[in-house]
Design a protein around this ligand. Structure first.
Ligand code: C2O
Length: 452
């Protein structure tokens, strides 16, 4: 059930479940402390990859992100249910994407400091009635925030409609997140990099160096709200897969994906092995999500452009550089932002299974503090606080802090729909702006717009 629709009886049970989980000894795998440490270990490189001792295991930034977290929630929920002695108990989902019916605030049940659902390390400026912000730079009054939230939902979930763009790309033994060539740099999907990471940032406490608890993976799952947040990410995967116009979409189907295995502790504190193949159908895991009426707001959100005509001539005249694919321009430092003219396919023909995709090649950052890169097209004046409600907004790459860890990724975003809406889909060059929120240095090795 959505977190805003549950009864007082449910809330009492939900609180009781976390009381029981918190009262287990720390070394019990079912305790909240160990549950949080499981996330920390898989998410911060505590384990080495099997058969490849020099490369660390990481369940973010790739196609394992959604299935790993689904299994993590599955066992977490079974542990809560078994502690309660009620096999029918299920987690709620915090549908922060809902901009109409009460999903887009923190629910009251998480707030009392004597509740097991409480966590002290949250952003005190974001208590209700403050609305969630699905891009970290959003400002404005409530009605301005709503459209700025609906567009990232539309871009990240509706527009990025193939498995690689939405879920993330291949991650197999040997994939190294910190040391990749341009071509092999791993990539996370739009749901992870965009709205999911934005909600980690929004919830965590900005007075903590890493925005703990939710703002960094080491501590995120110490906050019970994490599991409600991730239930919604899991729901959006189902929604993306089965519930959007145009019919069912396809998950990855490669054996490397399907045969990926993970270990978890179950409700009996036994270690069990599971695989990705068995995670793909949530009904086989015994749960499903109700239809949520407010989904229609972002599904049908139709961003209007704020520009008309190509911005290329004016940009050229004011000295905006042309940036091409790797290795043409070497390594470019983004500073607080970069505006560039980038070649586009124009009216070259595209087959129906191809997407028009922007590739930010080999974006490299050391993850000492949270940083975000917002992407706009045809809007050379864009900066990190430009509104995100228009067709010029393409997406955001949010990077969660993990001190000392370097990340190298090819960031991909579907851009064809944006060009179409602005009316510049036939142009062979477009103006792109990458606006940086935060001070952590970021470099890229090229910009490419092509069909793939
Ligand atoms: Cu493993 Cu939302 O993070």
């Amino acid at each position: 059930m959505p977190a805003q629709n549950v009864s007082a009886d449910y809330i009492a049970k939900y609180r009781r479940a976390y009381e029981l989980m918190r009262s287990l000894p720390q070394d019990d795998p079912r305790s909240l402390a160990t549950q949080a440490n499981i996330h920390c270990s898989f998410c911060n490189g505590a384990y080495k990859q099997a058969g490849n001792d020099s490369v660390l295991l990481q369940v973010h930034f790739s196609w394992v992100f959604l299935p790993w977290h689904r299994w993590y929630l599955y066992f977490h929920e079974r542990i809560l249910a078994s502690l309660l002695g009620d096999p029918t108990f299920s987690l709620v989902f915090w549908n922060w994407d809902d901009q109409r019916d009460g999903g887009n605030v923190t629910r009251a049940m998480y707030l009392p400091n004597d509740s097991s659902l409480y966590d002290a390390k949250r952003n005190q400026a974001n208590l209700p009635p403050t609305l969630v912000k699905l891009v970290p730079t959003i400002t404005g009054n409530d009605s301005e925030i709503i459209n700025q939230n609906l567009n990232p939902m539309y871009q990240d979930v509706v527009n990025n409609d193939n498995a690689e763009l939405f879920m993330g790309g291949a991650y197999v033994t040997g994939t190294d997140l910190s040391n990749s060539t341009v071509l092999s740099a791993p990539l996370g999907g739009s749901i992870e990099n965009g709205i999911h990471n934005a909600m980690h940032f929004w919830t965590g406490d900005p007075t903590q160096p890493l925005i703990q608890d939710m703002g960094t993976f080491t501590t995120a799952s110490r906050d019970p709200i994490f599991y409600a947040h991730h239930s919604n990410v899991d729901r959006l995967w189902d929604k993306w897969r089965y519930g959007l116009p145009g019919g069912p979409r396809a998950d990855h189907s490669e054996d490397d994906f399907l045969n990926t295995e993970f270990y978890f502790y179950d409700e009996n504190a036994s270690l069990v092995k599971v695989n990705v193949r068995d995670a793909l159908d949530s009904s086989k895991l015994g749960y499903s999500y109700p239809d949520v009426a407010a989904d229609e707001l972002w599904i049908n959100y139709s961003p209007s452009p704020v520009t008309s005509g190509s911005a290329v001539q004016a940009a050229l005249a004011s000295g905006v550089p042309v940036v091409g694919p790797y290795p043409q321009n070497g390594t470019i430092s983004l500073g607080s932002g970069l505006t560039a003219i980038v070649a586009a396919p124009g009216n070259q023909s595209k087959s129906s299974d191809e997407r028009e995709v922007l590739v930010i090649q080999r974006l490299t950052v050391t993850r000492d503090i949270f940083v975000a890169v917002l992407v706009f097209v045809n809007l050379p004046s864009a900066h990190s606080s430009t509104v995100t409600s228009s067709a010029e907004y393409v997406g955001t790459y949010n990077i969660i802090a993990a001190p000392g860890k370097t990340l190298t990724a090819n960031v991909k975003m579907e851009i064809g729909d944006n060009l179409q809406r602005i009316g510049i889909q036939n142009e062979t060059e477009v103006v792109l702006t990458l606006a940086v929120k935060g001070t952590q240095p970021i470099t890229i090795d090229g910009l490419l717009i092509h069909y793939e």
